[in-house]
Design a binder for this molecule. Structure first.
Ligand code: DGL
Length: 267
């Protein structure tokens, strides 16, 4: 394992590209290998057991490529599989939940924090656990928002339908008095302007993608594994025909994806 090796990143599909985008901005000289498990998407509605199995297979695929660090760029996979991944992987593993929780615990002034995510993420209690470990006195309000994933993928991030869905999901949170809301799903940053409008000015939104990139940079620096020279690059692998990944993924990444390699077998 050396500084010249790539960082491996995986997600259930295109969502983790919001994390890859933040990583590329924070660490422009790094080589990034991204695996989108589009063939088995979504993870958010599946059992923890299944998501953990998928996650270990994804990690194995990236480890075989000789990565120096693994980023679990999916909240659902981070919520249910992080411990198993850390146990099995010989490289450092960074998930998206701890960085998001840390940022939320640091930002809240009134000790009331909201968390939104997929069904599996919210059911796992992973954010509540992480937040309580950081600040035991926090009042935590959680809400699964499953419809926001397809809305983000379809590009329905504004207009009356998206607004109606967001207002319905966030209604109770809005009245709970929270001053900080964790966007605990890779897809939600695309809906950030609408969520911000619905929650109002007094509520800080925590984007776990940005927080995770900061953690990865710190982890690499601490281990002397950062790549400083040369141009960075990103290579994409997908467990399905890559057309949809390339088309939809561009919106999540914020730039064009030229090509992606189809992977037929992970394990
Ligand atoms: N990437 C998932 C997450 O952040 C959302 C999409 C899915 O359900 O697979 O939880």
């Amino acid at each position: 394992m050396g500084a010249g090796d790539a960082i491996g990143i995986f997600d259930s599909g295109v969502g983790g590209l919001t994390v890859l985008h933040a990583l590329a901005e924070a660490l422009p000289a790094e080589r990034l290998f991204y695996l989108g498990d589009a063939g088995r998407h979504p993870y958010g509605t599946k059992s923890g057991e299944t998501v953990a199995r998928y996650s270990l297979e994804n990690a194995e695929f990236l480890l075989e490529k000789g990565i120096k660090l693994l980023v679990v760029a999916c909240n659902t996979a981070s919520a249910v599989a992080l411990d198993a991944l850390r146990e099995r992987c010989a490289v450092p593993v960074v998930g998206v939940i701890e960085p998001g929780a840390r940022a939320a615990a640091a930002r809240t002034r009134n000790q009331r924090v909201g968390v939104i995510g997929t069904d599996a993420t919210i059911a796992s209690g992973a954010y509540t656990h992480a937040l309580r470990a950081l600040r035991p006195g926090l009042e935590i309000y959680t809400r699964p928002c499953p419809l926001l994933v397809p809305l983000a993928e379809e590009g329905w991030v504004e207009g009356p339908i998206a607004r109606g869905v967001v207002e319905t999901y966030l209604g109770t949170l809005r009245h709970s008095g929270i001053d900080t809301l964790v966007l605990g799903c890779t897809h939600y940053p695309l809906l950030k302007p609408l969520i911000a409008e619905v929650m109002g000015e007094g509520v800080v939104l925590i984007d776990s993608a940005e927080e995770t990139a900061r953690d990865v940079a710190a982890e690499l620096a601490a281990r002397g594994l950062g790549r400083r020279d040369g141009a960075g690059s990103a290579s994409f692998f997908v467990t399905d025909v890559p057309d949809r990944f390339i088309r939809i993924g561009a919106r999540f990444l914020g730039t064009r994806i030229d090509s992606a390699v189809r992977i037929d077998r992970l394990a």
